[in-house]
Every structure is written in C-alpha cells, then in structure tokens.
Design a protein around this ligand. Sequence first.
Ligand code: NAD
Ligand code: MG
Length: 382
Amino acid sequence: MNQIAVLGSTGSIGTSCLDVIGSCRDRMSLAGITAHSRWEMLGRQSETYHPRWAVVSDASLRSTVRREIFSRHTELLFGADSIERVVCEPEIDVVVAGIVGVAGLRGTWAALEAGKRVAIANKETLVLAGPLVMDLAGKTGATLIPVDSEHSAIFQAMLAGRRQDVRRIVLTSSGGPFRGWSAERLNDVTPEMALAHPTWEMGPKITVDSATMMNKALEVIEAKWLFGLQSDQIEVVVHPQSIVHSFVEFVDGSVIAQLSPPDMKLPIQYALTYPERTEGISPRMDWKQAMDLHFEAPDFDAFPALGLGFEVAERGGTSGAVLNAANEAAVDLFLSGKLRFRDIARACRDVLNAHHFAPTPTLDELLQKDRWAREEIQQWKP
Ligand code: NAD
Ligand code: MG
C-alpha cells in the first residue's frame, strides 16, 4: 500500500490526483494534503480521505481556519515548513509535487533529500534548478517521475529503446487558444480570453503560459534536465487535438509516441503506479469515431516566448531561474490588468538580457536571481 502526500491538493493537478487515489484504494492511500489558502476545500478533502496530515501553508490563516471541518484523524498544520515536515515522514512513500510556481521548490527538494519517489508536475522547480534537482535525486536515490503529460509520454516512449539510442524528442503543443493568430492580433488579448484553453482544464498560471506558449518553453527546459538531453535534441510541434502527447525518435528513424485523450489523470496515475499499470478512471480513445490528427510547425514570431525557452535550455546556468521568475511575475501583472499580453514575453526577454549570467550557480544564487528578476519585472516599462 503506497502512502501518498499530495502537495497542492486543492489545485487542478491536486484534485485530479485525489480522484485517481480514490479510484485505486486497494493499492494506495492519501496520507498528506496541502493547500495555500483554500482551507475549506482542504477540510472537505480531509473529511473524504482522512489523511494523517493536512497543511495550510499560509500561516496567517491560523486563526481563521475552523478545525472542526477537518477529519478528527487528520493532524492540522500551518506554514510552509510543515510541508517539508510532512514529506519527510517515514510513512510517506510518494510525494506529488502539484504546487504551482517556485513556491513548489521547498517541498520537492525536501522530498528528494528524504529519498522519496516524487511525481513531479511542478515544472518551475526544474526550470529554476534542473541540474541541482537531478544531482540531488541521484545522490539520495530518490526517483523522479514526470506528471507533465508531454514528459510522461516521453518517459513512457523512451522505454522502447536504450537511452543512448535516442536521437531526439518532439514535444507536442496544443498551440493554445490563439493558434494561427498573427502577432498584431495578439495585441488585444485580455486575461479572460487567455484563460479559455481549448483542450486542457488547468490552473490560471499554466493556462496563461499555454496561451503565450511560455508553457512549451518551460517544458523544453524541463525535458532537457529530466532526460539529460542537448537542447538541439528537442523539437516542438503544434498538435491542436492534444491526443499525441509527445514523440521519441531513435537513431534508426523509428518514432514512438504515447496517445490518450487530453486528461491529466492518466499521467498522474502512471507516475503513482509505475512501473505497473492499472485500469483506472481515465477516458479512453474511441477508435470507432473518425478523427484527424493534425501537426504543424510552431510560429516563433507570433509566440516569441518559445524561442526564449530554447535559448535558456541551451544556455543553462542562471538563465532558467531568471526566465521562470520573470514569467511568474509578468503573468501575475497580466492577470491583474497591469501588463498587456504580448508584453509578457517582451518583459521576460529584457530581464533575461539584463541579468548577470553565471554558468554553475548554487541554489542560493538561483533563489537570489529569482527575487531579482521579480523586482525587475515590477519596474519594467514597455
Ligand atoms: P493550480 O493553480 O490549480 O493549483 C495550485 C496549487 O498550489 C493549489 O493547491 C494551491 O493551494 C497551491 N499553492 C499555490 N501557491 C502556493 C504557495 N505559495 N505555497 C504553497 N502552495 C501553493 O495549479 P495547477 O494547474 O494544478 O498546476 C500545478 C503545477 O502543475 C504547475 O507547476 C503546473 O505547471 C503543473 N502542471 C499542471 C497541469 C494541469 O493540467 N493543471 C499540467 C501539467 C503541469
Ligand atoms: Mg504539459
């Protein structure tokens, strides 16, 4: 019986994860849940699953949260430190990193230090500190299994051959809600328009990232570190149906893909049961329906964020921390109406250009660059 802690259990990944765990009660159970501020939802999750621990990471809510809505089997904890405490508990086997943004780093890091299996959805941690994260996992023997659908697909497809025989990988992208739009037309995109994704239901930050294609940029960097690739071994192709989740091409020219309807429950479940597979609750392909699978090249001019991803994947060092933090801060400003859609990538480009690059930073140096980039974005002018 696998005991699972879900960090960010109230989010899009978190709630899908709880659905998966609820459907596999014979082989896994929910032992820990965390939320930043949505404590009422966390309380309902506690009542349904009776986990041993629940963490409200925003400690200022201590006097607001009503203890009585939580299961009496659940110990209620507050503050970000409590996330680290829970993931290190000896009875936790698997940690799902489902917190959004760099806020997810500490819990993921602590879980890797403790040698746990980590099902990682939180790509920002890998973009910020990919080499350090991979080193840490190597040292402690922790296992890192991707949850991001493209990376799960690559992880699965790579099992078809030897690592040294992989020529390149191709990440698919839905293209987001503005596929085919000219740069000029993108000038008038509002937060409301950017938050309506055609194929995936996700949290607000990653939905905006999908609209700018920064999400794919972050995924290129994520793939580079997770799979130990050179940046010129990674390609992106637009595939609006989101059925083929990515490809691996081997040296002989054979291409292996993973297909399934667009639903995160499948990659989540695979990360929890790997190397086994179970029936599960994810939707299935219906091969009786005719369907077209369309592929096209991405438009790097209309979506300049994508080029930033390749540039940062090539450069490494402090550039991932800077791009990631600049983007997080810029997306916040866009959602609050203070920055225009196309300015997200422009501001990221300027902050990347302005930063003092270091090739082999420590974690402290990366976190310092993260803070610096956020401040730069606040001062950025079009
Ligand atoms: P979301 O906004 O729906 O949920 C975020 C979760 O993180 C919530 O539980 C929230 O309480 C928690 N959180 C937010 N700020 C926090 C903080 N400061 N400290 C502690 N906890 C905090 O986000 P999501 O869409 O579920 O995405 C989560 C992560 O998974 C992101 O890194 C995203 O890129 C990645 N991801 C998501 C999807 C998807 O389908 N949603 C797919 C692939 C990857
Ligand atoms: Mg993805």
